[in-house]
Design a protein around this ligand. Structure first.
Ligand code: PEP
Ligand code: MN
Length: 344
């Protein structure tokens, strides 16, 4: 932590800052410039933010050196983490491909989607049972009935499952039926929910909030890990910008950036990032080229009839093509797409 003193800071003010820091056990180093004094304080940032230094007379600004997230930081582990969802490993050489419809709409719809994405080589089946929709009049999900259908699809296809939870009640239910829970963009800063998910111990897919900085996203992950749950997978899903030609703006640079800052695996969701079916495959390919550990792709047996996010959903045939393309891109960057396409 660096404390930059004001140009006009007098000896009394400098002494007061020094005493405050020493009182809390910080080691002090003075750096005297031509006009200004800078104080280097070696200690714990968490504590320094509660010292009230910013408002002490003579202090111009405080510059943190350490990152505010600790447990999820790259340096805390020194290597990438692998997150296990039953027999699926996320963050290894093999890409994790999560696919399925935005929402579970019916048994037939989900089972059809599950069979097709499994055939194409997806490793994880998705489907929302609790949908946080912008409009209260839009389809809100089948709730527990949807979770039961997900569990049935998992049993039939052998795919592990992920579903979004929106509160404690949906979390409790999801824990009974699925293998991984998703905290969506809208809930990324629901700190109470993050703690609950952390305590559950279940693998978590943590979407980036659509107006969240990378630091806020990593702090959200820190909430989960600080409760003892290290099984966190990050998912970049586009952020809000002035551009409205696409649903969101895919922040692809966040992938290599976050992989440098954190040891957690990073996936990309090109479906919500673009909102446009024909942009999903190009952005999916780009994400893998940029070093993503996998993708989350919305696939619907009949996108035109989808109750949620049809315009961004791939048909099973589109998804087959995407998977074939991903195999080539993955090979070019030294990765593999798991679950080689099966024909049954
Ligand atoms: C979803 O994955 O269905 C979803 C709602 O995503 P997000 O939270 O990223 O909008
Ligand atoms: Mn969706």
């Amino acid at each position: 932590m660096v404390i930059v003193m004001d140009l006009t800071a007098g000896p009394e003010q400098i002494k007061a800052v020094q005493q405050r820091l020493e009182q809390y056990g910080f080691e002090i180093h003075f750096i005297r410039g031509v006009k200004r004094l800078v104080i280097g304080a070696v200690g714990d940032r968490q504590e320094i933010t509660s010292l009230g230094l910013e408002i002490m007379p003579g202090v111009e600004k405080i510059l943190p050196i350490m990152k505010p997230y600790k447990l999820v930081s790259r340096e805390s582990k020194g290597r990438h983490s692998l997150v296990k969802v039953k027999d699926v490993i996320i963050g290894g050489n093999e890409l994790a491909i999560i696919a399925g419809p935005c929402a579970v709409e019916s048994r037939e719809q989900l089972l059809t989607a599950a069979r097709r994405v499994r055939q194409a080589g997806a490793s994880i089946l998705r489907g929302g049972a609790f949908k946080p929709r912008t409009s209260p009049y839009s389809f809100q999900g089948l709730e527990e009935e949807g979770l039961k259908i997900l569990a049935e699809a998992s049993q039939e296809t052998g795919l592990v499952t992920v579903t979004e939870i929106i509160d404690e009640n949906s979390l409790d239910l999801a824990l009974k039926y699925v293998d991984m829970v998703q905290v969506g963009a809208r809930n990324m800063q629901n700190y109470h929910l993050l703690r609950m998910v952390g305590r559950s111990g279940k693998p978590v897919l943590l979407k980036r909030g659509f107006s969240s900085t990378v630091e806020e996203w990593l702090m959200a992950a820190e909430y989960i890990v600080s409760e003892g749950n290290e099984n966190v997978v990050l998912c970049e899903r586009g952020i809000r910008t002035f551009e409205n030609a696409t649903r969101n703006t895919l922040d692809l640079s966040a992938v290599p950036l976050v992989k440098g800052l954190s040891h957690l695996p990073v996936l990309v969701d090109p479906s919500h990032a673009t909102g446009i079916q024909r942009l999903v495959a190009p952005m999916g390919r780009a994400a893998v080229a940029a070093g993503a550990d996998g993708l989350l792709v919305e696939v619907h047996p009949e996108p035109s009839k989808a109750l949620c996010d049809g315009p961004q959903s791939l048909t099973p045939e589109d998804f087959d093509s995407l998977m074939a393309e991903l195999r080539m891109v993955a090979a070019a960057v030294g990765r593999v797409v798991g679950g080689a396409a099966c024909n049954d």
